[in-house]
Design a protein around this ligand. Sequence first.
Ligand code: NAD
Ligand code: TYD
Length: 346
Amino acid sequence: MKMIVTGGAGFIGANFIFYILKNHPDYSIVCVDKLTYAGNLSSLESVMNDSRFKFVRLDICDREKIYSLFEDEKPDVVVNFAAETHVDRSIVDPGIFLQTNILGTCVLMDACRKYGNIRYHQISTDEVYGDLPIDRPDLLFTEDTPVHTSSPYSSSKASADFLVLSYHRTYGLPVTISRCSNNYGPYQFPEKLIPLMILNALEDKSLPVYGKGINVRDWLYVEDHCSAVDLILSKGKIGEVYNIGGNNEMKNIDIVKLIVKALGKSEDLITFVADRKGHDLRYAIDSSKLKRELGWEPNTAFETGIDSTIKWYLQNREWWSRIIDGEYKDYYEKMYSDRENLGTLK
Ligand code: NAD
Ligand code: TYD
């Protein structure tokens, strides 16, 4: 079985490559990644010399080169992780999100059609469902929840989902889609909540919590996301959407407090700052379809997962210091220096 994994130099893609190589000795992987600011070849160091693995630097929007790659490699399966992924960046500059997330998906699926109706899996997100009220814990996103997006990021992912389903109906392309909740774990780029708070706390920098910190996310350990995608690839029903969730809703402020405590830092570092525009209140996923039909369950309890994630960042300073000493500095400055300070915990 030969898989093309796009976006494999990013957070979830890299973890997925490790998962597949470890659990399927008979699979080989061609990783396609443009190496944007979020892509990091050093994340793939441990598999670079594996004869079952190959890395190709390529933009998924480059139709000609993608076609010639498919012609050369003749993959059996394509799993598309490649995307622009940060909501805050999508608010500042939506264009590249439409380019990669929608047009890139179109190019990959056209290649799948052209070179033998190849099995295609789209990595999507729970953010396509919009948000849920905080005071209605009984409401969860199911696969039948209407798509109703808030940010340019989620709108681009939702557009891609519609396109994927239309390729199934119109051309009979064998597709599946998974919509996962927030992931955490090793190799996550420091712009995202959990690594940002870990790294800032380690350096005794202020911890910028948007608004009142009451927004809720459903956190899933990245390896559990990988096992779900693996299962959907082997047993999922063609043309279907599967939700993946951790059943682990937490308020942002509680996550930040937990990280502060784990690192033995002071809660005085926590600073409430101007809220994200259009900030989704709550995400909560009902993944009972995946459990019922394919037998999937998450393996890692949040306490265990967050503990090993924090340890990973403590033990891999070289990986993240190269990032935060680079262009990330300008990003951080632009994103946070002018943000209104709304006070501290007291
Ligand atoms: P990431 O930002 O860490 O990695 C994205 C990767 O895609 C990077 O390696 C980047 O170089 C690559 N890439 C970007 N544009 C490309 C292009 N045009 N051509 C080729 N490669 C390109 O993202 P992530 O958090 O690992 O997310 C991976 C996927 O999972 C995305 O599709 C995202 O929407 C989805 N997802 C993420 C989460 C989460 O919590 N992180 C949750 C649900 C779904
Ligand atoms: P993020 O990791 O960007 O994921 P998403 O927006 O896709 O859920 O953010 C998670 C939550 O944390 C979200 O409610 C926004 C909030 N947040 C902060 O409060 N401060 C920050 O500096 C960041 C990056 C996020």
